[in-house]
Design a protein around this ligand. Sequence first.
Ligand code: SF4
Length: 347
Amino acid sequence: MDIKSVEGLVAAGLVQHADVLRPVTEKYAVGITPDVLALIDVNDPDDPMARQFVPSAAELVTTPDERADPIGDLTHSPVEGIVHRYPDRVLLKAVHVCPVYCRFCFRREMVGPQGLGTLTPPQLDAAVAYIADHSEIWEVILTGGDPLVLSPRRLREMMARLAGIAHVKIVRFHTRVPVVEPDRVDAAMIAALKASGKTTYLAVHANHPREFTEAARAAMARMADGGIALVSQSVLLKGVNDDVETLAALMQAFVENRVQPYYLHHPDLAPGTSHFRVSIARGQALVSALRGRISGLAQPTYVLDIPGGHGKADIGAARIVGSEGHYSVRDWQGVEHVYPPPAEDAD
Ligand code: SF4
């Protein structure tokens, strides 16, 4: 059974002191699936799986540069559920629930039972109409929340609506499901993700090689065999994957499972997540160590979402200059931004 409360965490032996965590769980959603629970080593106080999913009192600590909407979704939202940050693509956030709740989530103020909820039928109509009205939109990225919490019937309906928009060529899903709830990935779901005339991509979110269980590998194989192109997304997280051995094994695991390494995200300035953040200098050192160590097939792009909604920048090296605490990063339009932003700019 899924764990969704502090009582559930105590009953599973994942935490001892419910009272300490109650202020955290009142603020941020909890979700641990049986597949994730099976991966947690309760005897290891530094277990990287526990660190990703079990709430901690450290989440009550916020820093001045953290913000409720760290990557500026709301700045670029013309209608409910749509984020139109770049000309050729939009995010379509139909749901704001997930099978698990990652403790470092960049949308932690928006997801969960107290989050933004699921789009109502009229809101979804308006979001689809927006996409249909903007012929420059080549790609629709379903994210949230985790879109694969939707039933195959709902996914099929969504794809059918997008299939009716000729200028949309690519539909991409961002999901944790193949890793945290792999048995949901069945023939009905895979069929529902495809539509005539559209190419389906699916970005698999995983952060540690232990997430590649036999069941997760089988789920990814079913998707790849079913004609879905798979790419990776991971977050660089202190105490989870901020060493070269773990990162190398993670990227190799993606490639072994036909998931093309894509993004390694620098952790966003989400509230209560400073215990996960590594320095950019450390991230750059890790990424360049990967380059010398593992195949070119297994190299991710190290990216920073520039706070305020200015989009992603490749921070592997060239587009960011400065030193810790005083970086200048160039966005995709060539505009320079100070990182971290001044505290008075925070929400
Ligand atoms: S699955 Fe994604 S959206 Fe959901 S909690 Fe994790 S990081 Fe956030």
